[in-house]
Design a protein around this ligand. Structure first.
Ligand SMILES: [Zn+2]
Length: 186
């Protein structure tokens, strides 16, 4: 089932999400719905707060980028109870980001290129790894959602000022996008 995506301004996007246990109700169905929602909205990552659930669950599909980044062919991963443990601040890069919860806004974001992350996979097997490259960026964007943060929090004050009215428009439902959304008021 395709779920509506919660848009900037929705309080759930600002909550720190909670870890879950394997007995979380209908977890498999929820993950299936998140994959469907991600495909429908043509995104590469979706965090549970973006569909209104304040839990530490993320799906990432980099396979859709495999034409440009063949190393990610077949890459589709579920991250449960994901946490960034450590940032390697010795190297950063700048790249343009967008977000399904912030339609039609794209801004350059500086992030470390290498991070230490812990998560459980779909079978609740624990993983503890250093990750780098494009995946590290996508993970930082998605895992930020689990801490109530969004990429617009990580841009300069000047850029933030410049997009202020566009962000306000989002909270008021004044935008267009090709997928189902949920706004604070319409
Ligand atoms: Zn996002």
């Amino acid at each position: 089932m395709v779920l509506p995506i919660y848009i900037f301004g929705q309080p759930v996007l600002r909550k720190v999400a909670e870890d879950i246990t394997p007995d979380y109700p209908q977890l498999k169905d929820l993950i299936g719905d998140m994959w469907e929602t991600l495909a429908e909205s043509e995104g590469i990552g979706l965090a549970a707060p973006q569909i209104g659930k304040p839990i530490r669950l993320v799906v990432i599909d980099l396979d859709v980028l495999a034409d440009d980044m063949p190393e990610y062919k077949g890459f589709k991963q579920v991250y449960i109870n994901a946490h960034i443990v450590e940032y390697d601040e010795s190297n950063t890069d700048v790249s343009e980001e967008g977000c399904l919860s912030i339609p039609a806004i794209h801004e350059k974001v500086t992030r470390p290129t290498r991070i230490h992350v812990e998560w459980d996979d779909e079978n609740f097997e624990h993983h503890d790894e250093w990750v780098e490259g494009y995946l590290a960026r996508v993970m930082q964007h998605e895992f930020d959602h689990l801490d109530g943060k969004m990429f617009v929090d990580r841009i300069s004050q000047l850029r933030k000022q410049l997009i202020k009215s566009k962000l306000r428009a989002l909270t008021q439902g004044r935008f267009r996008c090709g997928y189902k959304t949920k706004v604070v008021r319409k």
